[in-house]
Write a protein that binds this ligand. Structure first.
Ligand code: KG4
Ligand code: ZN
Length: 363
């Protein structure tokens, strides 16, 4: 059963055709980065307008690359939550229009569920192309999911592929980790999106040489919660102070110190979650999973603790339509359907245990 998946929750307009086994026939992603670059962050109104322009061509391209027509599909899946409401609305309306016109079933997908299932996607080589690497192993349930992106940061216990089987163990109290990377890059005047730039500079720098001591945020706590606003403020104070980095080498050292502190926390908490829940499988998802420092530390720590680590390829980690199509295909296979009055929601269906700015919810 081939399913068309649409994604428009933030700054990527994406469409893909995927089946219920995770086989990706096509995966088209149109990034809006250039439109938001002058502002150093995503501007919701620009995002919504840009999705509107891109959504139909992106869908047409995904169907053409898959060699499938709407009539040959088993259904249409769309990110319905969480995200920017104006941005979500574009994908949801497009999906509803297609479902109504074609008579195909419609399912809404939670964006976080899509990310947490992205390790199940596999991308066969295009016909005629040289054979790619062999399919990597897929995780078994239960697994611990570490979601690290520009909009979300949290740890999840995943006992199955349904919303009801995924439970937040702890999330960020304030900024998402990608957001912290982007803000630090902005403070240092490095450009947008800042994550990849800071990551690259960190490889040349030395955390030991850095004149600023950045502690791993909340690493000492037994909890599985995160907080990144404090470390961002520490960088801001440093940049405004007398020891502000004054050359490229000092900027690189500061990036290295920031990266070391942040990745130390992510790795420590992810492995703590595996230990507390006695689950020897860890799946990483979201755009920050591309971070080289994080990948290296995770690989080392997981090998030491005999935890199997699953890091999907970058095209599955960043926002994409394939993860939405796959999560939607599983819903359709279970016989689930949404009605044509489906509307976007800004919150995830996964219950938050960490409250913004306040820590853990009791009970
Ligand atoms: O998942 P994603 O594409 O979009 C969502 O936020 O949903 O993640 C984008 C975020 C941005 O904040 C970007 O700076 C960050 O991921 N990012 C990185 C790296 N590559 C992307 N952060 C740190 N290191 C990287 N190599
Ligand atoms: Zn995302």
């Amino acid at each position: 059963m081939w399913v068309l998946g649409l994604e428009s929750s933030c700054d990527e307009t994406a469409a893909a055709v995927v089946d219920e086994h995770g086989t990706v026939l096509s995966d088209v992603v149109r990034s809006q980065i250039a439109a938001h670059q002058p502002y150093g962050g995503v501007v919701p109104e620009i995002a919504a307008r840009d999705h509107l322009r891109a959504v139909v061509p992106v869908i047409e391209q995904a169907l053409a690359q898959a060699g499938r027509t709407l009539a040959e599909l088993g259904g249409i899946a769309v990110t319905a939550r969480p995200g920017l409401v104006g941005a979500l609305l574009v994908g949801v309306q497009a999906a509803k229009g297609l479902a109504w016109a074609s008579g195909k079933p419609l399912v809404g997908v939670d964006h976080l569920v899509g990310h947490l299932l992205s390790a199940f996607l596999h991308r066969p080589a295009a016909p005629g192309a040289p054979a790619g690497p062999p399919p990597t192993a897929v995780p078994a349930f239960p697994f611990v999911g570490l979601l690290v992106s520009g909009g979300h940061t949290g740890l999840y216990r995943c006992d199955g592929a349904e919303v009801e089987s995924m439970h937040e163990l702890g999330a960020t109290r304030d900024d998402a980790v990608g957001e912290a990377y982007d803000k630090v890059a902005k403070l240092l005047g490095l450009g947008y999106p800042g994550g990849p730039i800071v990551d690259r500079l960190a490889a040349d720098g030395s955390a030991d040489r850095s004149r600023v001591r950045l502690a791993a945020p909340m690493a000492h706590r037994e909890s599985l919660e995160f907080s990144f606003s404090g470390i961002k403020s520490a960088v801001a104070r440093h940049v405004d102070g007398p020891d502000a980095p004054s050359n490229d080498a000092q900027v690189a050292d500061l990036c290295a110190a920031f990266q070391r502190a942040v990745t130390a926390t992510l790795v420590a908490k992810a492995l703590r979650a595996c230990r507390q829940h006695e689950i020897p499988r860890l799946v990483v998802a979201g755009g920050v999973a591309a971070n080289r420092g994080l990948r290296e530390r995770l690989a080392r720590a997981c090998a030491e603790r005999a935890v199997a680590l699953f890091v999907p390829p970058p095209e599955s980690c960043t926002d994409n339509g394939a993860m939405i199509a796959y999560a939607g295909a599983l819903r359709l296979r279970r016989g689930e359907r949404d009605r044509l009055d489906l509307g976007p929601l800004v919150t995830s269906a996964l219950r938050r245990v960490t409250r913004k700015g306040r820590g853990r919810r009791e009970g």
